[in-house]
Ligand binder design. Structure first.
Ligand code: TRP
Ligand code: ZN
Length: 881
């Protein structure tokens, strides 16, 4: 752990690397207590750099020997400053031979080379390669790699690295070796190795050009009954990228390896993707519909990186969204295409909007707000954020909205034509889109450089005599840290007009026929668009399909919203109207709760919900989305001062009201959406289960013997994890007497399945019945282990981020628990600790009495002498004015 003062790195300080690397040969003698790494690299001076020294980075490794063109360097021949090793007076061309030592079993950071269940794995993004060997560890240094792995054969029968296997064989003393070669140039962050006791599901798959590729999914013995879905997803992903973008797998072999100790979801190492088990292992007994969806999306995401990230990579880490925003957009489109139906697409789009509102808008409004392409950072690991990923994907989506699908594809083709095997910037991507489409995207650049969520407002005016309808759009963007004022964004605003009967009206703007949805391009702070030939007063449906990542304020009456909720042909805005109807009431209820007023809910709203619930013309998946209320976090984001208890009580009141008022219909929908027969994770079946389980939870928001019996029965009868977990969670939230015994039975049955034990912890951590004493008791459970990120997140992070009522207990006990565990985790794994630290991001918005305790807890962490850069950056920014 570094204890020196953290340094801020600026995007504007970028300079090209002093030396380029052509080839890297790595030799590993793998031993958990002492691994020897031999690295031979050939370098040549970069003509684009004025600098003459060779610069290498190394962290937490011991330098044994360093040779330059065969000559052993002495201490005075090079300088070490923190993690930077500089060799001056170096020739035009150089061969460096570097020998280092590391201790994988003591590496709890899960960055670099580490062991998990006794097996070796690596994680190099963003700056983990320097924890394996000294290297110019920056993404604009791309080289070809040859890797020799040596290890004990019995203990580590499987030896994997990037690319193709050249040869393997036995060595003396029970050891063996494998030699791998990656034919493509790559940055060091894409290097990977695995040395392990694993088994695989494999098959050959015919690619579009007729070549056969070997596909493998590697897991621990005993998990081969959970690899089918990941393999299916991989094949679907390969096909989809061929068909939609004309992009083919460029290797003969593609491997996915699962590990239970992993900081994030998965990693796109060239030809050797390494995954968190959570995004590989699934069968109906242990995984929910959401888990299956997650696997399909993450397998696709990592596979798609092979082109967007690996073949074309980032010049520097400020450009992270170049690969992440684009690849998230690609996996989102893949998910939509896999469902196929129009309403199915809308349901996935709604999921994306929810994620933005739940996580990205709060980030954009908090102390860690940053542009999609940040200007500075202390620790790059803190910038793998919902802004870079999800808002970045929205930015990419806007190109497609502006250019159309075909235009976007042309832009992608031009991007690869220009930049294959290069390390480039977000500007290069934007220019490819602009040039391919013949458009000026100069102003569009502000989506990359300005942080904060733009706010959009509209005013309308109908002129009956002239048959015109004006929409005036206004935009503004709040100040964010370091950016007090903002310039107008280039915002595509998709608009439709509904007539009195709820039908789409044909649209004409500037004499141009715009179909029934017009994409208006807002470039100024304020702009008026005139629709002509409008024969009656319409209701506007603004921001269809959520055409830009903005907050659309006001502009609608309740009557407008009901009209849209009943009729809008754009399913996303139809859903949105329901969310607005609910939000208006939730905010009112929250206010009333705070002053102990008597709560009530109007019939109009209940009736709208009733109609939606029973509308058999709509897919169950869509109805489930439409009936699900905005989360407590989303409600809190609308308030200037948050009392989490009021928000919770208000939302629960509304849920209980819906549950009681719609009891008959909910019971009927519960029965109508049962999925008898063998489980299948397909979207239609999952949609039915989602609606059925939402009905169950509404019924138990106003529980009685009958509703509890229904949940208890489902818990016992369920033949799949989706239904089992939903029923158990419902029992817990209903405070049913059966909950305890069912929790015990659940643990007994699944204690051998780590991912299910995570669910068991998570369910309890987020239950409003779990107070600080209970969470501390769970921490002492023999299955709890702070070192395993999935387990730490299941209990600690869920309590701090998903249990608002208990975490914000008035005595500050939740915050002290947070401070204690951020500190403890920081000593083990700074990346995981820093993510937990973000639970306090929005502390300044809470009731003053809570703020006092939150500030104390933040200061307690900030006051620690030994703190990683990761956590230091988060708490410093939270405390800054
Ligand atoms: N690039 C990976 C992805 O988007 C995520 C990633 C970045 C990662 N840094 C990491 C994964 C560190 C594990 C550990 O899929
Ligand atoms: Zn990614």
């Amino acid at each position: 752990m570094r204890t020196d003062t953290p340094q801020t790195i600026y995007r504007s300080d970028y300079t090209p690397p002093s030396y380029l690397v052509d080839t890297v040969e790595l030799g590993f003698d793998l031993d958990p207590t002492r691994t020897v790494v031999a690295n031979r690299l050939t370098l040549r001076r970069n003509p684009d750099s004025a600098q003459r020294e060779i610069e290498l980075y190394g962290e937490d490794i011991e330098l044994v020997a360093l040779r330059l063109n065969g000559r052993l360097l002495q201490e005075g021949d090079y300088a070490v400053n923190g993690s930077l090793l500089t060799i001056p007076n170096t020739p035009e061309e150089a061969t460096l031979e570097i020998e280092t030592l590391c201790v994988p079993e003591q590496n709890t950071t899960l960055s670099g080379l580490y062991t998990s269940n006794g097996n070796f794995f690596t994680q190099c993004e963003a700056e983990g390669f320097r924890r394996i060997t000294y290297f110019p560890d920056r993404p604009d240094v791309m080289a070809t790699y040859t890797v020799m792995l040596r290890a004990n054969k019995e203990r580590y029968p499987v030896l994997l690295s990037n690319g193709n296997l050249l040869e393997e064989g036995d060595l003396a003393d029970g050891r063996h070796y494998a030699k791998w070669e990656d034919p493509f140039k790559k940055p060091s962050y894409l290097f990977a190795l695995v040395a392990a006791q694993l088994v695989c599901q494999e098959e050959t798959f015919r690619l579009a050009d007729g070549r056969d590729a070997l596909l493998q999914v590697w897991v621990e013995e005993g998990n081969l009954d959970k690899t089918d879905y990941a393999m299916q997803s991989l094949k679907h992903s390969i096909r989809w990228d061929e068909e939609r973008y004309g992009l083919e797998l460029d290797l003969d072999r593609f491997m996915i390896v699962a590990t239970s100790d992993f900081n994030m979801g998965a990693m796109e190492n060239k030809g050797l993707n390494i995954f968190n088990t959570k995004f590989v292992l699934a069968n109906p007994r242990v995984a929910t519909d959401i888990d299956f969806q997650g696997i399909e999306a993450v397998v696709a995401h990592e596979y798609f990186h092979n082109w967007t990230g690996n073949r074309v990579t980032c010049r520097d880490w400020f450009q992270l969204s170049l690969k992440e925003g684009l690849t998230v957009f690609r996996d989102q489109e893949f998910t939509s295409d896999m469902i196929g139906t129009e309403l199915g697409r809308a349901v996935t789009r709604i999921d994306q909007v929810r994620t933005l509102r739940q996580a990205q808008f709060p980030e954009d409004a908090g102390p860690m707000a940053h542009p999609v392409r940040p200007d500075s950072f202390v620790e790059i690991n803190n910038f793998y954020t919902v802004t870079v990923y999800e808002k970045g994907a929205e930015v990419v989506r806007m190109y497609q909205t502006l250019l159309g699908r075909e235009g976007f594809r042309k832009g992608m083709d031009l991007y690869f034509e220009r930049h294959d095997e290069q390390a480039v910037t977000c500007d290069d991507f934007r220019l490819a889109m602009a040039d391919a489409g013949g458009r000026d995207f100069t102003q569009f650049e502000r989506w990359y450089s300005q942080a904060g969520t733009p706010q959009l407002r509209f005013e309308t005016r109908y002129d009956e005599a002239a048959q015109t309808y004006d929409i005036t759009l206004f935009q503004s963007c709040p100040a964010t840290p370091g950016q007090p004022t903002k310039l107008p964004f280039h915002i595509p605003v998709a608009v439709g007009l509904l007539d009195r009967a709820g039908r789409d009206m044909p649209l004409t703007v500037d004499g141009k026929d715009m179909g029934t949805t017009a994409v208006l391009e807002l470039l100024e702070e304020r702009q008026t668009f005139v629709f002509t030939g409008v024969t009656e007063q319409p209701v506007a449906s603004v921001l269809r399909d959520f055409s830009a990542p903005v907050i659309l304020q006001g502009g609608y009456t309740d009557a407008d919203l009901l009209h849209l909720f009943n009729h809008d042909s754009d399913p996303v805005n139809r859903w949105e109207a329901g969310q607005r109807l609910a939000m208006g009431r939730l905010l009112k209820l929250t206010g009333e709760t705070a002053v102990d007023a008597k709560l009530s809910l109007d019939d109009t709203f209940i009736e709208a919900m009733r109609r939606m619930l029973v509308d058999e013309s709509l897919d169950p998946a869509f109805r489930e989305q439409a009936l699900l209320l905005p989360s407590e976090t989303m409600i809190a984001e609308q308030l200037s001062e948050v009392d989490p208890l009021s928000v919770h009580v208000a939302r629960q009141f509304m849920r209980a009201n819906i549950g009681a008022a719609l009891r008959t219909e909910l019971m009927a929908q519960y029965q109508a959406n049962l999925t008898p027969g063998p489980y299948s994770p397909d979207a239609a079946s999952a949609g039915k289960r989602a609606l059925k389980n939402l009905a169950l939870s509404y019924l138990n928001a106003a529980p009685d013997e009958e509703t509890i019996a229904l949940a208890a029965r489902q818990c016992v009868d369920a033949d799949n994890m989706t239904d089992r977990a939903a029923a158990l969670s419902t029992l817990i939230h209903a405070r049913a007497p059966e909950a305890e015994a069912e929790l015990a039975r659940f643990y007994d049955e699944f204690q051998g399945e780590a991912l299910v034990v995570d669910k068991w912890f998570a369910m309890q951590a987020s239950a409003p019945t779990t107070d600080i004493a209970k969470v501390r008791e769970l921490m002492r459970h023999p299955a709890f282990n702070l070192r395993n990120p999935n387990r730490a997140r299941s209990l600690v992070a869920n309590y701090c981020m998903n249990n608002a009522v208990q975490f914000h207990a008035p005595n500050g006990s939740g915050y002290l628990f947070w401070a204690e565990h951020v500190t403890l985790l920081d000593g083990l794994n700074p990346q995981v600790a820093a993510r937990l630290a973000r639970a306090m991001d929005r502390w300044r918005r809470f009731t003053p009495s809570l703020q006092v305790h939150m500030k104390t807890a933040l200061q307690q962490v900030a006051g620690q002498q030994r703190l990683s850069n990761d956590v230091r950056e988060v708490v410093t920014k939270a405390l800054a004015n």
